[in-house]
Design a protein around this ligand. Sequence first.
Ligand code: FE2
Ligand code: FE2
Length: 181
Amino acid sequence: MLPIGPLLIEPRLLERMIEVMKKELISTEKGENVNSHLIGVAVDFIQTYADKCHHGKEEDILFRDLNKKNLQREHRRIMEKLIEEHRWGRETTKKLVEANVRYLNGEKEAGRDIVNFMRELVIFYPKHIEKEDRHFFIPCMEYFTEEEKEHMLREEWDFDKNIIHEKYKDVVAAAEESRKL
Ligand SMILES: [Fe+2]
Ligand SMILES: [Fe+2]
């Protein structure tokens, strides 16, 4: 498998979550109550799977190695844009998490923020995915030797293995922090 193999497969799961978020968005816009539990599940998925696991491998392995190559101007431009978009996605998801907490704390007006941030995210992700899948990943493979590609793929498997440990270390640290208050 090429190192872009996992990077092309993983967004399919993200697309399924985006579809769920779209349905939640439609029902909230129709005036139904915000489903805070579902929002919590969706943001956890985005933060752990889409950002740490998927964007993590893009940035820490593929983009890192591409950065060492003499990239065509267009490829470098797209890579920089993708990094900027990851940053935007991270910030917007964080804002959605915060709005959801405010909503759970009884601040009903936070429902409007939830709808807005969710709308921004469901519009953003399909465009971001298309940019990578159709215009970036495949031509980028030309820069690497077979050996380099194999090495990257192995690194990606190791990267994935560590995610669960990092995730639950963070969960325990957050739980410990909450008991201090
Ligand atoms: Fe990406
Ligand atoms: Fe991606």
